[in-house]
Write a protein that binds this ligand. Sequence first.
Ligand SMILES: [Zn+2]
Length: 216
Amino acid sequence: MSSLPETPFTLHGGCNCKALRYTFPVPALASRPIVVPASADAGHGDIRLPMFNVDHCNDCRRASGSLTNFWMVAPRSDLSFQCLLRDGGEERIQLSGDELLFPSPASEKTFIVHYKSSHNDTFGADCIRAFCGRCGTMMSTGYFPWQLPIVAACSVQMGTLDREDLEKDGVRLERHLCCENGIDWVVKMVSEGDKGLQTSANLPKHPSWNMSDVMH
Ligand SMILES: [Zn+2]
């Protein structure tokens, strides 16, 4: 489904005021983690990270204030953040994905703020969102603790990617998640407007976060 380049490349992004910047080196295709193995029944190949999706869930809508959210799902260990210090100056400190996603001694020195928006019973984890406390950009969503039998992942708002990376070949939406929870007209609008995407004439639509279920 993904049409990302198969060779390594790097994505960059950050918040609106640039207090938080991140780097995401994407390895060659064979090294990208598989989160859902290929299924002949469901008609898809291996689903690997990074993955780009539209999320219609209510928690993301309320927390972001946006009718829908476009996420880049990435392995947490591959992300690194370069953050300005709260006490001023242009010095930046390097934070790992986990240090930014969740409250940590390192994140307290920066402009990052966190908010627990919900508890996901299916994942057995809290949904923790990271924002820039200076400009308000919602950067990411991550589950803590991570208890799923796949690589620890997080979701980064696609809108925080630098424009040249959003325009990069293959950086395109791949699927809709949580359609059943969405506002009907928003799901319809996003669906009917997606025919021009290069990845497919019609994106796969999943009733929930579970990508083994496809809506027909
Ligand atoms: Zn900011």
